[in-house]
Ligand binder design. Structure first.
Ligand SMILES: Nc1ncnc2c1ncn2[C@@H]1O[C@H](COP(=O)(O)OP(=O)(O)O)[C@@H](O)[C@H]1O
Ligand SMILES: Cc1cn([C@H]2C[C@H](O)[C@@H](COP(=O)(O)OP(=O)(O)O)O2)c(=O)[nH]c1=O
Length: 673
């Protein structure tokens, strides 16, 4: 909704002061990326006579120098930006960078090259910090996020432009220049871009570097509230490690493929262009298909493509596949954003995305530096394949192949962790999505299932939210046309109500643990015979607030009696009836008790240790039979719990509700309470 609303507003860049800042940023970002490419060229040229390993280390050294200021916490870069005038900061950062790049060309010294790369990158970070802090202050409050996004897009969007420019310069230099002058040309051009950027910065109005600071993402809190976060992190780390490996070894790998600077620029540009396309296309791709599955698949695709890049010795193929790899990583990134949007509370989406963004950046940069260094250690190898044929398998090939395997594993792990359509086979699911449909599997044993109905039990300690969630589940199921019977223990039948009075009345004294167990079992026997079985027999869905597991946890673990004996007793009492799904709402007893004000009944009055044993008991039961349980952290917000339950119910309902229809049905007025 907010998205379509935003589309009608004029672009955020129509706000004049922001547009000016944006022009300065565009040039400075172009210089930034061009500088990275231009500085790696002399690393190879200056070590031309020193062998493959030395060349690899020199490239790794320049990348490390360039990377360091960007993985360090923002503080050192942000400090000068915050204490000075923003125009001065941007102007000075540009001017000094121009001088640094020219000095590298003039001095032709490896050590100075690395130092200059470090300083250039640091100034880039200072300049970015100044822009980041300034941009939000230049727009109205409700456009702050748009302004941040425009800044981010420009900063990364400059990368492919810089790559194309670099490749053209390399071609030009190759045609008209010779020797060192070839790698010097991009340095001079970058310096010129920084001079232009300084001129644009000069046109800015001076002003303090102000504006709201982005709140740092607190991973602990965020990952607890966004359960998908770990799966997302694993997947994205795989995809971006794959990207980082290609960028890191590109310089030396392309040289073995006789590509030179132009080839390097092409690989770099292909990665970023592909990625931009993937980010754009991700949300539009395979509409009816599960986003979580798509994320896992795109990471697996990144791994497979990287393996091909590692093994095929052809520059054109490498460039094309690098674009595909960038695309897969882009799809993974934008899909992860969608998953966060769909699974996190509104106020946690920003922090969760910020956390993922910084994690991805660290992975990308670390792998980019480590890859060429490792390639240098591995060195060059030839596999002799016969009398006159051999296969090159150098450091870059080995590193790329290794990272490809890691990305594959990460993709598979992410797929498994995030899968929200468990039990539904992937191939027909994907096939249906390609035809624009949601796949609905043929119901297993249709007759028996439909005839029998479905039994869902809610379990957990006091105040875990069982009653709340059981009720919401029943409303939701009825909205979808199911015949639903809600019930609870103890006390769902007339006899049961009497038993309940005995069991929960604080005046009840001298009730032995065995008698208590038998009374709960008696209540249950009556409940099954008179309520649950008849409902299941007519095909209804039964939603029960507590069932056998409560006896195992409270009378077994809580009262420290044999859980096996209690299970046996209850098997007899219920005729062996077990729920199709047990939703365990797991919460520390203190949290649960903190949720009510009403006076405690006989069971609730038991000491805290009792309730802690009960909680452990429930968890143990769930661990022993994971397929039949859905364990949910019940300290999560209520809506998040409700969503997790619905996701799981989709899988076991006799006539599954296709995930895609959810949006449609929820537009009907539904009784929410
Ligand atoms: N996820 C939740 N977070 C915070 N409070 C909740 C949550 N779920 C339920 N509650 C509140 O906690 C109290 C107990 O919930 P209830 O569903 O009666 O728990 P139970 O049946 O497990 O004892 C109610 O006041 C309810 O509104
Ligand atoms: C069904 C069942 C409940 N109990 C206890 C747990 C609860 O303290 C109490 C049921 O009380 P109830 O008022 O239904 O509370 P809640 O909302 O927490 O379910 O009975 C057992 O000890 N064994 C059982 O088999």
């Amino acid at each position: 909704m907010t998205r379509s609303g935003a589309a009608h507003q004029p672009g955020v860049l129509s706000i004049r002061p922001l547009r000016r800042l944006w022009i300065a940023l565009s040039l400075s970002s172009l210089g930034d990326w061009l500088g990275l490419l231009a500085l790696t060229a002399p690393a190879v040229a200056l070590t031309a006579g020193d062998g493959f390993a030395m060349q690899s280390y020199a490239v790794a050294g320049v990348l490390l120098a360039w990377t360091l200021p960007r993985v360090l916490p923002d503080a050192p870069a942000a400090a000068p930006a915050r204490s000075l005038d923003r125009r001065t900061v941007l102007l000075a950062a540009d001017a000094v960078r121009a001088v640094l790049l020219v000095s590298v060309a003039l001095l032709g010294q490896l050590v100075w090259l690395v130092v200059a790369a470090l300083l250039t990158s640091f100034l880039g970070a200072v300049s970015r910090a100044a822009v980041d802090a300034t941009a939000p202050g230049l727009v109205p409050q409700d456009r702050v996020e748009d302004a941040r996004r425009a800044v981010r897009r420009t900063a990364y969007g400059a990368a492919p432009v810089a790559s194309v420019l670099f490749a053209l310069l390399a071609l030009l230099a190759g045609a008209v220049l010779s020797g060192d002058a070839r790698s010097d040309l991009p340095l001079y051009v970058t310096a010129a871009v920084f001079v232009l950027s300084a001129v644009a910065a000069f046109g800015l109005r001076p002003g303090p570097v102000a504006g709201p600071e982005a709140a740092p993402a607190r991973q602990g809190k965020v990952s607890r509230a966004v359960p998908a976060l770990r799966g997302l992190l694993v997947g994205l780390a795989g995809a971006f490690a794959a990207g980082g490996a290609v960028l890191g070894v590109a310089r030396i790998h392309v040289a073995t493929l006789h590509g030179g600077d132009a080839g390097f620029g092409a690989v770099f540009g292909a990665a970023f262009l592909g990625m931009a396309f993937g980010v754009f296309q991700g949300p539009r791709m395979l509409g009816p298909f599960s986003r979580r599955r798509l994320l896992g698949l795109s990471v697996v695709a990144a791994g497979v493509v990287l393996a091909a890049i590692a093994l095929i010795h052809n520059l054109v193929v490498v460039v094309v596949l690098t674009a595909v790899l960038g695309w897969a990583a882009g799809v993974a990134w934008s899909t992860a954003r969608t998953v966060v949007r769909d699974s996190a509370e509104e106020d946690l989406r920003g922090p969760a995305q910020a956390f993922l963004r910084s994690a991805v950046r660290v992975v990308l940069l670390v792998v980019t530096v480590a890859a060429p260094a490792l390639a240098g250690v591995i060195g060059r190898h030839r596999l002799e394949l016969g009398a006159d044929s051999a296969y090159r398998f150098d450091g870059p090939n080995a590193v790329l192949l290794g990272v490809a395997l890691l990305a594959l594993v990460a993709g598979l792990v992410a797929y498994r962790r995030l899968d929200d359509r468990r039990g539904i086979p992937l191939v027909p699911d994907l096939g249906a999505a390609l035809r624009g449909e949601v796949y609905t599997p043929p119901a297993a044993e249709p007759q028996t299932r439909r005839d029998r109905g479905v039994f869902i039990a809610f379990e957990g300690g006091e105040g875990a939210g069982k009653t709340t969630q059981a009720r919401l589940t029943a409303i939701w199921l009825r909205d979808h046309g199911y015949d639903v019977v809600t019930t609870s223990e103890p006390g769902a039948t007339k006899i049961g109500m009497r038993l309940r009075a005995i069991l929960l009345d604080k005046e009840t004294k001298d009730l032995s643990s065995r008698a208590e167990t038998l009374l709960y079992a008696a209540d249950r026997a009556n409940h099954v015979a008179n309520v649950i079985e008849p409902a299941l027999a007519r095909g209804a869905i039964v939603v029960s607030d507590r069932y056998v597991d409560s006896s195992l946890a409270y009378q077994g673990f809580g009262r420290e009696q044999s859980a096996d004996e209690i299970a046996e007793l209850n098997r007899w009492a219920t005729g062996g009836l077990l729920p199709d799904l047990t939703v365990l709402l797991d919460v520390p007893p203190e949290t649960g008790f903190g949720r009510f004000a009403s006076p405690a009944d006989r069971m609730e009055s038991e000491p805290l240790e009792f309730h802690e044993r009960v909680r452990r008991g429930f968890r143990r039961l769930a661990e022993a039979d994971p397929d039949r349980y859905l364990v949910i952290d019940a300290s999560l917000p209520q809506e998040e719990i409700t969503r997790l339950i619905r996701d799981r119910l989709h899988e076991i309902l006799p006539d599954p509700v296709p995930a895609g229809t959810e949006d449609i049905t929820s537009t009907f007025p539904a009784i929410a309470d």
